[in-house]
Design a protein around this ligand. Sequence first.
Ligand code: ATR
Length: 266
Amino acid sequence: MYRLALIGNPVKQSKSPEIHQQFFEQTSLKGTYELIPVDQVELEGKINWLKAEGYHGFNVTVPFKEKIIEYLDEIVGPAKAMQSVNTVSIQNNRLVGYNTDGEGYVLSLNEAYPDFLSDVKHKRILIIGAGGAAKGIAYQLNKYAFQSIDIINRTAEKARQISRSLNHSRALSLGMAKDILEQYDLIIQTTSVGMSPNNHEQIISLQGVKPNAIASDIIYKPKWTSFLQDAEQRGCRILFGESMLLYQAAKAFQIWTGQEIKDFVN
Ligand code: ATR
């Protein structure tokens, strides 16, 4: 019987319990996935409680993806490079931190558009935002030899920081990105702008975008953000936020249970 959870604040809107329940059914494993709201001051106590109660692992969301690190015994893979953790496993009383966001994103992209990741050397990517999710996605995409992975962000220094860690990348201003929008083959919206209830907000108009470019938003509520509606009207191909959610969850499920999820029911 696996005991899993999500800690963060807020957590009540999360779709993760239903996703993991579906994975339990698919793999014929038994388990629970609970939503546990945690305040800043309670973090350490809650982690000790999860250990003492025999939880097998948990996901971490806003605002603890970085803060959690000081309580872990080890962090591995992309989590280490990014200093951001979204998945923790508890084994023999040891807490190990992972980050499955970027890997989940690339898997979802590959599933929806299998051709995109082959023949990458003439393709350009624009990432909007420079938070934890942007960092994870950029880190994974950097493993492919794209012509460029450019970043724009309200706080320019954060865009520059990510950009410096990538092989071929520029940190651009919003205006510069708008001027060369037609150059991008994939545009990834990673900020919280446009998330319900602010459905009508959008950072950048897609005027001038290449018609068959892929427009991707990691927001999944609403499914059709203003950004994606704009993209659809301009003939772009679409990648919905819920697919990244599903694949990052599948990677976390695999870390906790050892079971690979192969069939996704969207
Ligand atoms: P996550 O881990 O989900 O990426 P985050 O680390 O808080 O969350 O990052 C949020 C991103 O949304 C950041 O790029 C943030 O821009 P700043 O770095 O300038 O804060 C961006 N963002 C949030 N609200 C925004 C707004 N109103 N306008 C522009 N960008 C915004």
